[in-house]
Design a protein around this ligand. Sequence first.
Ligand code: NAI
Length: 309
Amino acid sequence: MKNITVIGSGTMGNGIAHVFAQHGYSVSLVDIAEEALKRALKTIAGNMDRQVAKSIITEDDKVNALNRIQTYTILADGVKDADLVIEAASENLNVKLNIFKELDALCKPNCILASNTSSISITKIASVTKRGDKVIGMHFMNPVPMMKLVEVICGYMTSDEVTNAIKALSIKIGKIPTEVNDYPGFISNRILIPMINEAIYSLYEGVAGVDEIDTVMRLGMAHPMGPLQLADFIGLDVVLSILNVLHDGFKNPKYAPCPLLVNMVTSNNLGKKTGSGFYKYTDGSKELRVADYFKKKSSAPIFASAMSL
Ligand code: NAI
């Protein structure tokens, strides 16, 4: 595999393009928005500057890697030579199904089609193509240049040959592939997202405040950040949508989203990206401040006070 096409040049797409270009692959980056492509190239160059400053790569490596990236707004142009396409477009079922239908028609017959989806079934995505054996999940973690894991998700029809090729390729770009089967949430989000939901339930029921919950998990479990802060980073809308995938997929009430999470998403308190979630984010400040509404409520357990009405 020499020519890699990445579809979607947002947070994940630009990171995936960065890593492949850094490791000598020729990369075609495709997005429907010209602006997103410009932003992606700027982000990649900025991130590579940081790698140069830390002596991870040289200035020459950076220039060569950037020269290996071509950008396209027309899918057919961006995929014509692809040996592997990695789709990292928005997390929306119809968007992904349409992209894969088109890819199946446009790509070389032996081209492998991968998705970086964090929650949509690979088997479902593969079902709109005539090459189910060549459709696979390549779930990179954010930020892609720094995180080692690639969760390799085998759909119901994915062949062993394709799985092995993707695992070998992941190693070539400095990652550690881990193979899992295609069931809701795969492994990463099946375990992470219910843990976050449980942290939100603990807050909702007044067991502890935001700071206390995150401190227990950071200092007691050696997590680099607490589950509520992590939820703010991921985006509470994303957390809710993955919980809904787990709930719908398993039909098990243990995955029911906490009503507090639903309220926060409905009121657009989505975490870091909207400036407030469990914490408040002010421009330029590195200090984490618990959002005011939780400061008031954490001293009076929400659930207990509701019970006493
Ligand atoms: P994003 O919103 O930052 O970027 C998505 C990009 O896709 C946008 O630039 C948009 O213009 C483009 N796009 C939308 N429809 C398109 C189409 N039909 N053709 C080409 N480009 C199209 O999204 P992000 O966060 O990069 O997520 C991408 C995928 O990666 C999603 O499936 C998400 O679930 C998954 N993911 C996200 C992680 C994260 O931490 N953000 C972590 C792991 C996976």
